[in-house]
Design a protein around this ligand. Structure first.
Ligand code: ATP
Length: 448
């Protein structure tokens, strides 16, 4: 983990947030390469969930959330972790994370009894701070999918089964944020709420578990480093009938990367008007005063029913950490030196191709390299980089370390002799001459 954290800072992937003022615990900022990696991971999820399927719509809802949404969803009452205080050094811990009844900081055994600590961040909306003007920073993106269910249905005429996908920020006031970007207070989630007819939920749950394991493998995550964990009944979230956690072998241990829950008819049932009219199987926590009918008509029996929902919910930041961990390798080379490589899948690499001019103060070479960079950029594959640091060997090493799959070097032969460039491959380190006229096809083929 230390090596990854240091590489991430040195090469501009991830920085501690507000570091110049001592940092704020549990918050990180993504730098020039981190933002590309994160965007690429999110784009891969969106492609797989929305574009490549014919049964999912997208959504991008507000982060600030009406207090009633999180009241009727059950989060006000139950979204808590057990908190204990160490009376000796005054530090605070999550009771369920302590391996023994001892303070991990000072070793003291004088701990308070665990008490529930609500993880939601509360804030005031508007200039008047009264009892009803508060809102929450959403603790999961899912609720806005449920509250927009009717709008999406009415505007798209979807029939069951269908899903609504959303990627966005979520906030949890974690008691002990730790392990770099694994457990943070502000993070992003990629969530799909997949609505199905009651009775077909268990089958869909299985299907989504398989789909999601397959997707992680396509992001370069070795299936041997993934495990499925069936959450025991007494640890299930209040909305869940069954949950499978996709566990990943992170540098600090095996922990949850994604949760795939069968949320039954709990959520739509909690927010629908006239709850009593439906045979809800889930026990809702309160009678909502919402004005929306979150039910659909069975096409055969014409009876109104509240759909069940299967939810694959993945953390973007945990995904970035997993992908970084999977890609990181240090290779011993024949000449006795070593190189560090981030062997990202090409679609995830922050920089796709780096174009390097052999000489920085040679007008012809510089102009040609810039032109090639712009031509490659227009392919729409991702970020191409023009980099005129001059030392090609060092450039290759630097790009190995940030996972750039291809480097293109423009030299004297390019402009004086045969209009070819050197293309150097990150993984094989092989170099070959490619005609500039064929370069776009070469690059397109590589990233296909
Ligand atoms: P944990 O048990 O690790 O606290 P959780 O079960 O509360 O996680 P979920 O509510 O299932 O998490 O959230 C779905 C996903 O959101 C998780 O699988 C994880 O990838 C991500 N996630 C949740 N909490 C955090 C956090 N504090 N920091 C980063 N990612 C998080």
């Amino acid at each position: 983990m230390d090596e990854l954290v240091s590489l991430c800072k040195r090469r501009g992937f991830i920085f501690q947030s507000s570091e110049i003022y001592g940092g704020l615990q549990g918050l990180y900022d993504y730098g020039p390469l981190g933002v590309e990696l994160k965007n690429n991971l999110k784009a891969a999820w969106w492609r797989a969930m929305v574009y490549e399927r014919d049964d999912v719509e997208g959504l991008d809802a507000a982060i600030l959330t009406h207090n009633k949404v999180l009241r009727y969803s059950g989060h006000e009452a139950t979204f808590t972790d057990p908190l204990v205080d160490c009376r000796t050094c005054k530090s605070r811990w999550r009771a369920d994370h302590l391996t023994e009844q001892k303070c991990p900081k000072c070793g003291g055994t004088d701990l308070t009894e665990p008490r529930p600590f609500n993880l939601m961040f509360k804030t005031t909306v508007g200039p008047v701070d009264d009892a009803n003007s508060y809102a929450y920073l959403r603790p999961e993106t899912a609720q806005a999918i449920f509250t927009n269910f009717r709008h999406v249905l009415d505007s798209t005429s979807r029939k069951l089964p269908f899903g609504i996908a959303q990627i966005g920020k979520a906030f949890r006031n974690e008691i002990t944020p730790r392990n770099f970007i694994f457990r943070v207070r502000e993070f992003e989630q990629m969530e799909l709420e997949f609505f199905v007819a009651p009775g077909t939920d268990e089958e869909w749950h299985q299907r989504w578990v398989e789909e999601r394991l397959d997707w992680w493998a396509r992001q370069g995550v070795d299936p041997n480093n993934l495990q499925l964990y069936r959450v025991p009944a007494d640890e299930l979230a209040h909305y869940s009938k069954a949950t499978f956690d996709v566990m990943y072998r992170f540098p600090h241990g095996v922990e949850e990367l994604e949760g795939i829950a069968n949320r039954t008819d709990f959520d739509l049932g909690s927010h629908t008007k006239n709850q009593a009219e439906y045979n809800l199987t889930a026990k809702v926590l309160a009678n909502t005063d919402s004005n929306a009918k979150l039910a659909m008509q069975d096409p055969d029996t014409k009876a109104w029913q509240v759909p069940y929902v299967i939810e694959p919910s993945a953390g973007v930041d945990r995904g970035v950490l997993a992908v970084l961990n999977e890609s990181y390798r240090v290779e011993q080379l024949d000449n006795g030196t070593e190189r560090t490589v981030l062997g990202f899948e090409p679609h995830l690499a922050p920089i796709k191709v780096a174009v390097l001019p052999l000489k920085r103060n040679h007008d012809g070479i510089m102009a040609k390299a810039k032109e090639i960079k712009q031509t490659l950029q227009a392919l729409g594959i991702g970020r191409m980089l023009f980099e005129d640091t001059g030392n090609i060997g060092k450039g290759y090493r630097r790009h190995d370390e940030v996972g750039t799959p291809l480097c293109v070097t423009v030299d004297f032969d390019t402009i004086e002799k045969d209009d070819t460039v050197t293309v150097r491959d990150r993984d094989t380190m092989k170099q070959q001459r490619v005609a500039v006229a064929e370069l776009t096809d070469y690059v397109k083929d590589y990233f296909k």
